[in-house]
Design a protein around this ligand. Sequence first.
Ligand code: SF4
Length: 51
Amino acid sequence: MARDVKCNVKNCHYWGQGQECTASAIEVNVDGGAEKASYVAETNCHTFKAK
Ligand code: SF4
């Protein structure tokens, strides 16, 4: 269960006031299917669901 996840993606269905993610769990992957990220922008939330 995801707890205390701060997120700035305001157009996500799970985004709540105070920049809190309201999803019960989230999945984060690396761009291109890799297993290691070199910098923060290579990581992405795959639980994202557009409003
Ligand atoms: S599901 Fe991902 S993108 Fe959406 S609010 Fe939660 S952390 Fe942000």
